[in-house]
Design a protein around this ligand. Structure first.
Ligand code: ATP
Ligand code: MG
Length: 335
């Protein structure tokens, strides 16, 4: 069995809410609220959830841009919050990030070749910079001779994401956190970028944490899926068991939103529409945080918090007192 590269244990990231002229702390936004996750070497963990559920905060905390309020993050068995400055510098090579909007993360006045060369220069990893940059451009499907001296605005969204990916793989990292890398792209381009990420994973033995707000995007790429809601993991499982036998009412609502490729099936698809508004993470509901929108909620869901518990034989975990069994045929379809 493959060993875990990243383990997240009871992680909390709370932001103080300050009000008034004296900026008094009046509460906390519980962006990440007691999260446990792990990713094995060479695997892809997909993290899905609605806007504001804490996905990016979790990503930023893993790469050290955000301090955790409590809990632990272990990378190759070592606790990240206790890393020294020297270890942190090494870690910045090992964990890289690909962002949703590559345009804002690229310097508009810097040529693409120089953009990709920047991390290589910072870490002085090569004597032949131009050769390495061209090699990276080829790896991500850009044309070195044509594209090297161009500026970011001369590229399409998909090509710009390829530049972001080239930068992310430049230092041969072990883990890449992709924070909604295809959300801003057309569906056809999304598939190309996901296929590229998969090819690179095989070639370079990469491990991914792949964040999306839509389960259909990660269906093809994720080995393991975790669903987040208001800073908490609601369900986590290997991909096959997840799509076949999702048990949390929230996961089932998300799954019901995925359109079928077959128009006949699509006509009969029953979408579960969640009632009510998404509550604020500054004032999450008591008990199960999902109870205010759950059609199956009972009295005790309002007061007791369901722990993330293993269901059955598989590595399938559900945080719900009344999970729904839902065996269903699954075909792993490409986007
Ligand atoms: N630096 C910060 N200070 C205060 N609150 C913050 C900060 N960063 C994030 N938040 C809050 O934490 C919550 C989670 O935000 P986060 O960006 O992690 O969500 P997300 O799941 O990535 O959403 P999206 O899908 O829109 O990207 C939100 O309510 C957000 O307003
Ligand atoms: Mg985000």
């Amino acid at each position: 069995m493959s060993e875990p590269l990243l383990q997240i244990r009871d992680l909390n990231v709370h932001f103080p809410v300050k009000e008034g002229i004296f900026q008094k702390t009046t509460g906390h936004v519980k962006a990440v609220n007691g999260v446990d996750l792990s990713v094995n070497k060479g695997e892809t963990l997909g993290i899905v959830g609605e806007s504001g559920c804490g996905k990016s905060t979790l990503a930023r905390t893993i790469i050290g841009l955000q301090k955790p309020t409590s809990g632990d993050i272990l990378f190759e068995g070592e606790s990240l919050p206790n890393y020294s400055a020297k270890q942190m510098r090494a870690l910045r090579r090992d964990i890289q990030m690909v962002f949703q909007d590559p345009f804002t993360s690229l310097n508009p006045r810097m040529k693409v070749g120089d953009t990709i060369a920047a991390p290589l220069k910072a870490y002085k990893t090569t004597n032949n910079l131009e050769h390495r940059v061209k090699e990276l451009m080829e790896l991500v499907g850009l044309k070195p001779d044509d594209h090297y001296n161009r500026l970011p605005h001369e590229f399409s969204g998909g090509q710009r994401q390829r530049i972001g990916i080239a930068r992310a793989i430049a230092l041969e990292p072990k883990l890449i956190i992709c924070d909604e890398p295809v959300s801003a792209l057309d569906v056809s381009v999304q598939a190309q970028v996901i296929n590229l990420l998969e090819d690179l994973q095989k070639q370079l033995n990469l491990t991914y944490v792949f964040i999306a707000h839509d389960l259909s995007v990660i269906k093809h790429i994720a080995d393991k899926v975790a669903v987040m809601y208001l800073g908490k993991v609601m369900e986590m499982s290997d991909s096959l068991s997840f799509y076949k036998n999702a048990q949390h009412p929230y996961t089932n609502a998300l799954l019901s939103a995925i359109p079928f490729p077959d128009p006949e099936k699509e006509r009969t698809r029953q979408r579960i529409v969640l009632r009510g508004e998404l509550p604020s993470p500054a004032d999450p509901p008591s008990g199960c945080v999902f109870h205010t929108r759950c059609q199956f909620a009972r009295e005790d869901c309002k007061t007791n918090t369901p722990p993330l518990k293993q269901k059955g034989q598989n590595e399938h975990y559900v945080a719900c007192f009344y999970p729904i069994e839902r065996e269903q045929e699954v075909k792993q379809t490409k986007l």
